[in-house]
Design a protein around this ligand. Structure first.
Ligand code: 5HY
Length: 243
């Protein structure tokens, strides 16, 4: 199968880093197609970044659809543009937050989210409610690390992350969900150090995409995720016009 691994920010280094993590867990028969948009924020850390990135993300989904991919992964913890992507896609679209939450509930009674900037806590809270995992999440912890700091994590920043994980565990969590696609490469090391399940959404999404494919399950297009009605667009979005 072919999986479109879409990093919605425009940091190519981050795309390559998450692609490495994805390829390490993918089946030998799975081809990972890592992409990021040409236009948009280098990192997504607030609502403005997310809205701008979501418009560019949809163009990438549309392009990957012409490559007949078997699934799309939106590799940003805010799951930006997920519902819109599902409307225009003909195959499953998996957000890494939703994927990580699902796996965390399979291996723990309570999990915590450890993320980057404090201002992205609200996004994680919204997603927990949207997906129905509020009861299973014991807390959301942010060390105010910038997303791009994750590319070459300093010892000091790694210790910050580790201390957030330790605080989460001391406060009742039994597993950790990593709240950024840029943390994908840290899951194994953190799990080994902490002795608890640490779930990265990128790898979780890869395995869920493969499972859906092997079960012959694809996206339901008869209702909410049906194709958008034909519409005219003006200006920079004219290419979306359909009559
Ligand atoms: C992400 N931002 O996974 C999110 C993380 C965050 O550019 N990639 C980003 O903190 O929301």
């Amino acid at each position: 199968m072919q999986i479109h691994l879409l990093n919605p920010n425009t940091c190519q280094a981050m795309t390559l880093q998450m692609a490495e993590a994805a390829k390490a867990v993918a089946l030998p028969s799975t081809v990972i197609l890592p992409r990021e948009p040409e236009h948009g924020p280098l990192s997504i850390e607030c609502a403005r970044d997310e809205v701008i990135a979501s418009a560019a993300l949809l163009d990438e989904i549309q392009k990957a659809e012409t490559l007949a991919v078997d699934a799309h992964i939106i590799a940003c913890f805010g799951d930006p543009g997920l519902d819109a992507a599902r409307e225009i896609a003909s195959v499953p679209v998996i957000g890494i937050a939703e994927a990580a939450f699902h796996l965390a509930t399979l291996v723990s009674y309570r999990f915590a989210v450890v993320t980057t900037m404090k201002r992205t806590i609200a996004t994680a809270e919204h997603l927990l409610g949207r997906y129905g995992f509020e009861q299973q999440c014991s807390g959301i912890y942010a060390s105010d690390l910038a997303v791009l700091d994750l590319e070459q994590l300093s010892g000091e920043h790694y210790e910050l992350l580790l201390s957030d994980c330790r605080r989460a565990l001391a406060e009742g969590a039994e597993a950790i969900v990593l709240g950024c696609a840029g943390m994908a490469y840290l899951a194994g090391e953190l799990s080994g150090t902490l002795g608890v399940p640490v779930i990265d959404g990128v790898c979780a999404a890869v395995k869920l995409a493969e499972s859906l494919s092997q079960l012959g399950l694809s996206i339901a297009k008869s209702g909410q995720y049906g194709a958008p009605y034909p519409k005219l667009f003006k200006g920079r979005y004219q290419h979306w016009s359909q009559r």
